[in-house]
Ligand binder design. Structure first.
Ligand SMILES: [Zn+2]
Ligand SMILES: [Zn+2]
Length: 352
């Protein structure tokens, strides 16, 4: 037996070649001469077999990733490593060298291959949706029986900005394509319905309110013949604010907190804290605004009652004593609220 390349005899042959001829003839990797890569110029997403993948990678990393699907290594090679070096960019073509390194027959073999990479720079469907103002849902911020005020709108803006900032890195549909200020509130056009739901739930957790969704038929998909809907999500914040006065099931009280699940208020007579679930919101009626609180003076005190001057008529008014107001001294100034024809002394501690 002899090597078919150099004629050497007396050596174990591999594929009819002696060891040194085999290593010289070896092709470490089969690499295409050309590669085409489609990349989104906005978000660097990459198109791989018809599907877009999000990734923030360098050209070299993108080439290696794509190359991995098109490369075939010699079955004799072990511990193969590849490295791509970009040499020159000519228009949309990048000329590269692919360095391949592997172990063959206990020997380290290195080979270089020329590769031309054609980069198709385009815009991925999600980025083009954003660019064209596409939206799936509209969040309508409204208030019950009034218009939202500037402070409330600022709060909504900052909740939305914070969440969008947090999730837009992972979710390209997390964007606001339009913000429209109306007399009765603000409309936010949101790229994805899922994101709009998350935003409106956070707004409710923070400010309370009632959420209602209504789909609107926008037309028909020209290619698929399917109906196209957009979802309007209305977030109606309550008519009252913290420290306003309300009436609920004949109890008159002052709002302590407004949350996503419930409303807390303090009974003005007993001082007890009571919670109301949002589903019972319609049973709440307005009693007075926090701005209606007036100060007056304690003029007399008995074991059963405290006498104050009516802040408007200056008539003396006797109020039955309770734990909340038992410590008041004659001559002290106290905040009071008039609701219908009754006066209530407000607990000083809770009304700073
Ligand atoms: Zn040989
Ligand atoms: Zn993109």
């Amino acid at each position: 037996m002899f090597c078919t390349r150099c004629g050497k005899t007396g050596e174990e042959l591999l594929d009819t070649l002696c060891r040194s001829c085999f290593l010289e003839e070896l092709i470490l990797a089969e690499i295409p001469e050309e590669l085409e890569i489609t990349v989104c110029t906005h978000c660097q997403s990459r198109l791989v077999s018809g599907k877009w993948y999000e990734m923030e990678l360098s050209d070299e990393e993108i080439i290696i990733n794509t190359l991995n699907n098109h490369i075939k290594f010699s079955s004799y090679a072990q511990n193969v490593e590849i490295r791509v070096e970009t040499l020159l960019e000519r228009g949309s073509i990048i000329e590269c060298i692919v360095h391949v390194k592997g172990t063959v027959l206990d020997e380290i073999v290195e080979q270089d291959y020329k590769l031309n990479v054609k980069i198709n720079r385009t815009v991925c469907p999600e980025c083009s949706k954003f660019a064209s103002g596409y939206y799936e849902a509209v969040i309508q911020i409204r208030a019950d029986k009034r218009n939202p005020d500037e402070e409330e709108i600022m709060t909504v803006d900052s909740i939305i900005a914070e969440i969008i900032d947090k999730i837009s890195r992972k979710n390209k549909m997390a964007y606001i394509s339009e913000r429209i200020v109306l007399k009765e509130g603000v409309d936010y056009y949101v790229g994805s319905y899922k994101v709009a739901k998350r935003l409106s739930n956070s707004i409710k957790d923070n400010m309370g309110g009632i959420i209602k969704e209504s789909p609107r038929l926008m037309g028909r998909d020209k290619s698929g013949g399917k109906d196209i809907y957009r979802i309007w999500i209305s977030v109606r914040i309550p008519f009252f604010k913290v420290r306003d006065f309300i009436k609920y099931e004949s109890v008159v009280g002052q709002i302590i907190s407004i949350g996503g699940k419930k409303i807390m208020f303090r009974d003005l007579i007993s001082g007890n804290q009571i919670s109301i679930l949002w589903r019972n919101y319609d049973k709440i009626t307005p009693a007075a605004k926090k701005e209606d609180v007036i100060e007056t003076t304690v003029t007399a005190k008995t074991p059963n009652s405290i006498q104050i001057l009516h802040p408007v008529t200056y008539e003396p008014v006797d109020i039955e004593i309770n734990d909340e107001i038992a410590d008041l001294e004659i001559g002290s100034r106290v905040p009071v609220i008039q609701i219908n024809s009754s006066l209530y002394i407000l607990n000083l501690f809770h009304n700073i």
